[in-house]
Design a binder for this molecule. Structure first.
Ligand code: NAP
Length: 259
């Protein structure tokens, strides 16, 4: 490629999402933050939301330190009032929402026999019911505009199940089924809805696992490394910038762990 074409390609990359507005839930850190950075790097106005204003601000500060801009506001994805407030704040400020990334999620791992109903409910509420609530609040604006990109962060565990993760696996399988249903219901509105199923990604969520458990996972990853949040961000970026004829799909980002 000539230097001029390369420069043009770089410029257009920075502009791909110019004038678009993107909300990423749970983006104070981890995968959400990497996705927010990637979208901001392509020119989108990115809204960093997290369960506390402090976490959201910390994500926004990190984005600012890489020379990019974002706007931070609180959004507890389990609380309908907090969600409505976030959506109306964004609509008042930007008058549009083009991209929604449902990323916030938690784990409460324990073997099925020992799992308490509270542990089941907390994970289903935060990982699955949240996608119902946040998307319902946001998608009506996309629908009016006849354009939208919804990206849901599921997990390979939602496709395959896992020891000690009955609640998490069920929540992520639910996210995948919800993704496909939204893809069908909103295709006529030019809104695509896709999911990403990450494998083992190095974030605070997995950093709490014991070293021996991490080593065990590594044995089963053909690419011989844990994923980085940026690897997941690449897939989200694809759904938001290209892939206009792709909806209801799940991209697995797991270094080949499941194939
Ligand atoms: P993380 O580092 O723990 O980040 C999750 C973020 O979500 C945190 O900032 C957390 O905030 C926020 N959050 C938790 N509850 C929330 C709520 N009620 N409302 C709003 N925000 C909330 O996790 P991650 O690894 O980046 O995970 C991001 C997504 O990827 C999750 O859906 C996860 O299930 C999925 N995933 C991760 C992996 C992996 O290997 N890491 C693999 C597959 C799928 P606080 O910590 O401040 O509470």
């Amino acid at each position: 490629m000539s230097t001029q074409t390369l420069t043009e390609a770089k410029m257009s990359h920075h502009d791909l999402l110019k004038d678009q507005v993107a909300i990423v839930t749970g983006s104070g850190r981890g995968i959400g933050l990497a996705i927010a950075k990637k979208l901001a790097g392509a020119g989108a106005a990115v809204i960093i939301t997290d369960i506390t204003q402090e976490s959201a601000d910390s994500g926004a500060n990190e984005i600012a330190s890489s020379g990019l801009k974002s706007f931070s506001t609180v959004c507890n994805v389990t609380d309908p009032e907090s969600i409505e407030k976030m959506t109306s704040t964004v609509m008042e400020k930007y008058s549009r929402i083009d991209i929604l990334v449902n990323n916030a999620g938690i784990t409460k791992d324990t073997l099925f026999m020992r799992m308490k109903l509270e542990e089941w409910n907390a994970v289903i509420e935060t990982n699955l019911t949240s996608v119902f609530k946040v998307t319902q609040s946001v998608i009506k604006n996309m629908s009016k505009a006849n354009y939208g990109r919804v990206v849901n962060i599921a997990s390979v565990i939602g496709l395959h199940g896992n020891f000690g993760q009955a609640n998490y696996a069920a929540s992520k399988a639910g996210v995948i089924a919800l993704t496909k249903t939204l893809a069908k219901e909103y295709a006529s509105k030019n809104i695509t809805c896709n999911a990403i199923a990450p494998g083992f990604i190095d974030t605070p969520m997995t950093q709490k696992l014991k070293p021996e458990i991490k080593d065990k996972y590594l044995e089963f990853i053909p690419l011989k490394r844990f994923g980085q949040p940026e690897d997941v961000a690449e897939a989200a970026f694809y759904f938001c910038t290209g892939g206009s004829y792709v909806t209801g799909q799940v991209i697995v980002v797991d270094g080949g762990m499941f194939m």
